[in-house]
Ligand binder design. Structure first.
Ligand SMILES: CC[C@@H](C(=O)O)C(=O)SCCNC(=O)CCNC(=O)[C@H](O)C(C)(C)COP(=O)(O)OP(=O)(O)OC[C@H]1O[C@@H](n2cnc3c(N)ncnc32)[C@H](O)[C@@H]1OP(=O)(O)O
Ligand SMILES: [Co+2]
Length: 134
């Protein structure tokens, strides 16, 4: 079912400060911030050649990363995103095996303009999993 690792996401309290660390200390190319109100986050991406790192900052009331940052105030690894060829087929197989699909279970358009879904971290070795159809 799984394809490539699309990105590893890190939740941060201050996107500008985290972007500066990646740009200036680590010498990475960091994209401009992209506000995604429907996801409750602002993101930047760091392109690494074989995969990407996504830095996430809360946006608006009720951001899905607010509780995570309250528990991890300096930030921390938040999710991994795997590519799938058919997200509805993957979702239906996972649901049939007992995994919890988050939200209303319907794919949303993610940061790359592609359909995405999230799977409950307690069902995947304590790691929040995002699926992205490519
Ligand atoms: C930019 C768009 C898109 C892209 O294209 O890349 C994105 O990446 S958007 C990223 C942000 N969106 C989401 O994360 C959506 C899905 N997430 C959620 O629905 C919630 O964050 C959550 C996973 C249901 C957690 O909700 P929360 O309110 O934070 O906490 P709970 O109390 O419900 O948590 C239950 C349980 O799970 C543990 N937990 C929470 N978050 C994580 C995490 N990221 N990794 C591992 N474990 C996590 C939490 O600690 C609780 O455990 P216990 O304390 O043991 O009960
Ligand atoms: Co993501």
């Amino acid at each position: 079912m799984l394809g490539r690792l699309n990105h590893v996401a890190i939740a941060v309290p201050d996107l500008a400060a985290a972007s500066a660390v990646y740009r200036n200390t680590l010498g990475a190319t960091v994209t401009d911030p992209q506000a995604l109100p429907e996801h409750g986050v602002t993101v930047v991406f760091i392109e690494l050649g074989n995969t990407k790192v996504e830095l996430l900052e809360p946006l608006g009331e009720g951001s899905p990363i607010a509780a995570f940052l309250a528990k991890n105030p300096s930030g921390g690894m938040h999710h991994v995103c795997y590519e799938v060829a058919d997200i509805v087929e993957a979702r239906d197989r996972l649901k049939a095996s007992g995994a919890r699909v988050l939200g209303d279970g319907e794919p949303k358009t993610g940061a790359h303009g592609k359909p995405v879904l999230f799977l409950h971290p307690k069902d995947f070795a304590g790691t929040l999993v995002e699926l992205e159809q490519v």
